[in-house]
Every structure is written in structure tokens, then in C-alpha cells.
Design a protein around this ligand. Structure first.
Ligand SMILES: O=C(O)[C@H]1O[C@H](OP(=O)(O)OP(=O)(O)OC[C@H]2O[C@@H](n3ccc(=O)[nH]c3=O)[C@H](O)[C@@H]2O)[C@H](O)[C@@H](O)[C@H]1O
Length: 433
């Protein structure tokens, strides 16, 4: 049977045989000796681990630096060149979401008239990133450099502002799409809330502070039934998480305007369409399916009522964006401190003439010369609203905004672009890929 002493001084490991009481001091001595050896070993191991970890972090940071999609002398040179205006008094604009649909068109328009433009885009795969890359290539060929990065990356944003004293930020990066919010709610919070705050934090600390113009959405009107939708109508009953994040954006920008003197303008876009558009939107996916002979699903509202949208052509939206930049007053803060009240604006940018979804399909069928296989179903309760209709008198009065392209003409231009971009050739009796 093992005694208590045996328990306290086990024979293994180290084979330290207990020699009872008279040897206890020797044992203790040996014990301390082995403890100090262990201590030395422990120290050695800690030092080894520490040097391994610091070597790893050195390797990590160097490879991050080497593999990073941003950074380096060539990268900085491209940014400086791209941000330089070529007309006297031209703006220097950071366009977020520049490889997106609206971002591409706005960047081109600014560059065309001689403003400096630097784009930023994370090229996520919400829809086919090759379309975003094609837009980027087009921008590059016209002198607009698009940085690959995320608006949540504070270091990147700070670096961009350290390189360029941007006069304006055109913030168009966002998680778009009304119904996708059911599938991936976190992506809306990531881009439309967290990303917005990260960007505004950098803007408010910049010296000089830029004026910010950004994309809100017609969806903020949610369950509003008063038509046409005016900026003074209620926007506290969103029907989708997308709408809720855009509404939150309006409140968040107000906070930065109030505390830090950031000049901000929110633009409520109404279902924007056109060449180089978004493949997730109805007019685009309907076109794809019609051409491929696949069925399209047309949603219908309560009591079999057709859904309707105030579809707005991209060129009209671009004019509204550019006019907003041109009329934006300077921010009043500096280095994070407000010096006085700053401009805060919200505008509807719509077309003021809603068209039903079946009418949209008819126009596409005519332009494509192909009949659609329609499946009409009850609108699923996933965030859609039955109709949108913009009152644009405020934008008209203050921005000179006046849409000029109706859906018939706008879709004709879209279809022309679509057929050429995806390589369809006219053939007798139809089209061929
Ligand atoms: O103004 C906005 O702020 C938003 O506009 C856009 O949203 P929406 O107006 O919902 O456009 P879009 O999806 O093209 O559906 C159009 C119509 O087709 C119907 N629809 C849609 C899909 C389908 O398969 N069938 C169908 O009937 C559908 O029920 C709807 O009635 C942007 O995507 C959004 O990012 C945001 O910017």
C-alpha cells in the first residue's frame, strides 16, 4: 500500500526514490534543483516560442504587404495621377463602389469633364464579379484608377486620405438588393451600416473634411401609401432590412453632420436601370431569361394588382449625382472638430412616371423580338413594396434635376448594350449567342 509520502513524492517520473525522513532535505534540494532546471527549460521554450511567433508575424506582415491588393510606390503613383483634376478648379472625388453600376457611370462622367477620381471597390461576388472587372477595365482605360479594397478597412481609407486631400466623397458602395436581405442579413449590416460608419469616421477626421454625397434608396418609404413620395413623407416603416439599413444611413449621416460638421447629401434612388446594370435586378434577369428561353417570374400584388416602379434611367441619375456634388457646400469641421453648422440634404432621384412590371416585360419583348415565358405569382412577403413613385420637385428646384429618358428609350439602350456585351448577333428570325 502506498503511503501519503509516496503520494506526495511519486517515484516517477525522474525516478526520485523516496528515502524517508532523513533524506527529506536532500530530496527538497533535488526537487528545487530540478525546478530550476525546469524553469530554465521553460524560459528557453518561451523564448523559442516568442521568437517563432515574431518571425511568423514578420513573415505574415511581409507577405500581406507583398500580396496586398493595395500599397506600394506604383499604387500611390496611380492614385495621385487618378485624383488629379485636369480642369481648373476641378474636384478630387473618392468614389466608393466605383466598379458597381452607378459608381462606374458617375466616375466616367466626372472624369470626362476633368475632375480627379479615385475609385474604391471590394469586388464582392453578390453578382458576377467579371462584370465588375470589365467596368474597372473600362474605367482604367479612361484614366480612373479603382483601388481594390473594402470600406470597412480603416487603414486603407486613412492611407487614401493621407495621399489625397479629397474634396468630395461619392459613396455608392453598398449591399444592394431588396429581397437578398432575407438570405444574407449580415451583409447589409456589414456594408450599409458598419462600412458607412468606418467611412464617415475617416471623413470626419480628414483635414480638409470632404463633402459626402451618398446613395440612399426609394425603399425607405416602405409602407408609405401617399403618392408621389415626397422627402417630407414618413420613412419609419421599412418593409425590408435593406430599406432599414438605408434609413439608418440617413440617421447616421445626420449624426456626423451634427457632431462633426460633415456636409452630407443623401440621394434616394428609384430603381435605377441601364447599360452596364446590375444582373440581380428584374429588367436584367428578365432579359437574360427571355433570351435563353427560360421562364420569368412576374410578381403580382394584393387583389391581382400589378406591381409598379418609378424606373429611372442611369444617365438621369448620373446628372443628379453630379449636380449634388457641384452644389454640396464644404464641410465645416477640421480634424474631427466642428466649426459651425453644415449642410444636410436628402433628395428623391426618380423619374416621376411609374410603370408596371408587366409593361416592363412587354417593352423588353419588343426590343428583344422574343416572347417571354411568364409565370405570374403572388408577391412573396420578402421585402417588396407594391409601387414606388417619386416627387422630384425638391431635386428639380435645388439641383436642376430633370429626368429625360422614359422606360421605352432607356430599355432600348440597355438591350443594345446587353446584346453587344454578351455577344448576341442578329440572325433572321431572332438572335444568336
Ligand atoms: O429603388 C430602390 O431603392 C431599389 O431599387 C431596386 O429594387 P427593386 O425596385 O425591387 O428592383 P428590382 O429588383 O429590379 O424589381 C423591380 C420590380 O420587379 C419585380 N420582380 C422582381 C424580380 C422578379 O423575379 N420578378 C418580379 O416581378 C419586383 O417585385 C419589383 O416590383 C434595387 O434592386 C434596390 O437595390 C434598390 O436600389
Amino acid at each position: 500500500m502506498r503511503s501519503m509520502e509516496d503520494e506526495l513524492f511519486p517515484s516517477t517520473p525522474g525516478k526520485v526514490k523516496i528515502e524517508r525522513a532523513h533524506t527529506i532535505n536532500r530530496q527538497l534540494h533535488r526537487c528545487f534543483a530540478s525546478t530550476s532546471t525546469m524553469f530554465l527549460w521553460a524560459l528557453f521554450l518561451i523564448a523559442l516560442t516568442a521568437s517563432y511567433l515574431s518571425f511568423q508575424s514578420f513573415v505574415d506582415s511581409s507577405s500581406r504587404y507583398l500580396n496586398a491588393s493595395w500599397g506600394g510606390m506604383q499604387w500611390e503613383k496611380q492614385i495621385r495621377e487618378s485624383s488629379a483634376a485636369s480642369r481648373p478648379g476641378g474636384m478630387s472625388v473618392l468614389v466608393t463602389g466605383a466598379a458597381g453600376f452607378v459608381g462606374t457611370h458617375v466616375s466616367l462622367a466626372l472624369r470626362r469633364r476633368g475632375d480627379g477620381v479615385v475609385g474604391l471597390d471590394n469586388f464582392n461576388n453578390y453578382y458576377d464579379p467579371s462584370l465588375k472587372k470589365a467596368r474597372q477595365a473600362m474605367l482604367q482605360s479612361r484614366g480612373v484608377f479603382v483601388v481594390e479594397g473594402d470600406i470597412n478597412d480603416t487603414r486603407l481609407l486613412a492611407r487614401l486620405f493621407a495621399l489625397v486631400p479629397f474634396t468630395h466623397v461619392m459613396h455608392l458602395a453598398a449591399q444592394a438588393g431588396v429581397r437578398y436581405a432575407i438570405e444574407n442579413p449580415a451583409s447589409y449590416v456589414h456594408s450599409n451600416i458598419a462600412g458607412l460608419v468606418t467611412l464617415l469616421e475617416v471623413c470626419k477626421s480628414a483635414d480638409p473634411q470632404p463633402a459626402v454625397v451618398w446613395a440612399s434608396s426609394s425603399s425607405v418609404y416602405g409602407l408609405n401609401e401617399k403618392v408621389p413620395f415626397s422627402e417630407l413623407d414618413r420613412t419609419d416603416r421599412p418593409a425590408s432590412l435593406y430599406a432599414a439599413t438605408k434609413k439608418a444611413g440617413e440617421e447616421i449621416t445626420h449624426t456626423y453632420n451634427h457632431i462633426y460638421g460633415l456636409s452630407t447629401t443623401g440621394l434616394r434612388f428609384f430603381t435605377v436601370y441601364g447599360p452596364w446594370g446590375r444582373p440581380d435586378m428584374a429588367y436584367f434577369s428578365f432579359t437574360r431569361n427571355i433570351l435563353q428561353g427560360k421562364p420569368i417570374t412576374v410578381y403580382r400584388g394584393k387583389d391581382r394588382a400589378d406591381l409598379a416602379r418609378d424606373f429611372t434611367y442611369i444617365d438621369d441619375i448620373v446628372k443628379g449625382c453630379v449636380a449634388s456634388l457641384d452644389t454640396a457646400e464644404k464641410s465645416t469641421g477640421s480634424g474631427g472638430r466642428k466649426r459651425g453648422p453644415a449642410q444636410y440634404r436628402i433628395y428623391n432621384l426618380g423619374n416621376t412616371s411609374p410603370v408596371t412590371v408587366p409593361a416592363l416585360v412587354n417593352i423588353l419583348e419588343r426590343h428583344l423580338k422574343v416572347k417571354a415565358k411568364k409565370k405570374v405569382v403572388e408577391m412573396p412577403g420578402n421585402g417588396d413594396v407594391p409601387f414606388t413613385h417619386a416627387n422630384i420637385s425638391l431635386a428639380q428646384a435645388e439641383l436642376g434635376y430633370k429626368p429625360t429618358t422614359n422606360l421605352e428609350i432607356g430599355l432600348k439602350k440597355f438591350v443594345k448594350w446587353y446584346l453587344s456585351y454578351y455577344g448576341y448577333k442578329p440572325r433572321s428570325g431572332g438572335l444568336a449567342a
